[in-house]
Design a protein around this ligand. Structure first.
Ligand SMILES: N[C@@H]1[C@@H](O)[C@H](O)[C@@H](COP(=O)(O)O)O[C@@H]1O
Length: 248
């Protein structure tokens, strides 16, 4: 089996998965109050953020000195658009905890000069080593918005979104025509710089790409397959997402 470096946790259901994952995050934040967190959007991490918010309200776990770095943002929509990743992060997490907004970093997709924004985000990532990078995975194996064929040493850049990605994200918009065609994304090289990487996948529709990522060859066709070479990767799966793996 490939993926020898990967630790793989399989849970009976997503509730158990997010209970364990949120406990892990809460423990890490308490033991290092200046933690640098790489964060992700998409449907998958929503229950994690909800549990972190609930814990903050109940137990006061503090994010005063935590810094966050998001993977990506759509190009061409305003920060306050209801489907921007800035809006997503504010409404799912940042608005409900005591983090300083100035400590939250998300590339901006609506500046006048995208190349300047790329330069700024790459500089931020050069100056900050991410302690724990959270990832979801696209059904085509993308991480962040690094679509198939992305270079494994890529940095922040503007990418075109594949048809598959745009159709998969159509559920968040009124129609396919409203789904942006481009995004700004942290590159795979920067993702791989994180000290620890946690990838989460839930549901049957992720089963086939999870098998490819873990058990098949490393290939640019499956960007997430490069995670096989990182020395601290933990994969959290529910039973459905793990259902095609040969080792249970
Ligand atoms: N750019 C994001 C990714 O960071 C995310 O991991 C992926 C899966 O999304 P979901 O969790 O909704 O399946 O697609 C989005 O397009």
């Amino acid at each position: 089996m490939k993926g020898n470096n990967m630790k793989i946790y399989i849970f009976d259901n997503s509730e158990a998965l997010f209970e364990r994952l949120s406990s892990f995050y809460i423990k890490e934040i308490k033991s290092n109050p200046s933690l640098k967190l790489g964060l992700a959007t998409g449907g998958t991490p929503v229950p994690l953020y909800a549990k972190l918010v609930a814990d903050h309200k109940l137990n006061g776990t503090s994010y005063q000195n935590v810094k966050t770095f998001n993977l990506d943002e759509y190009i061409g929509i305003n920060e306050n658009h209801e489907q921007s990743y800035r809006t997503f992060m504010n409404s799912n997490l940042f608005n409900h905890i005591d983090i300083k907004m100035s400590n939250t970093n998300i590339p901006r997709g609506n500046t006048k000069d995208n190349y300047e924004e790329i330069r700024i985000y790459n500089k931020i990532l050069e100056e900050n080593v991410i302690d724990i990078q959270l990832l979801g995975i696209g059904t085509n194996g993308h991480i962040g918005f690094n679509e198939p064929d992305s270079q494994f040493d890529s940095k922040t850049r503007i990418v075109s979104l594949s048809k598959e990605t745009r159709y998969s994200n159509e559920r968040f918009f009124k129609s396919i025509d409203e789904v942006p065609t481009h995004a700004i994304t942290m590159g795979i090289g920067s993702i791989m710089n994180a000290k620890k990487i946690i990838l989460v996948a839930t549901g049957n529709n992720k089963a086939s790409i999870i098998k490819k990522m873990i058990e098949e060859n490393i290939t640019k066709n499956v960007p997430a397959s490069i995670l096989q070479t990182h020395d601290d990767v933990v994969i959290y799966l529910d039973k459905e997402a793990a259902s095609l793996l040969s080792v249970k």
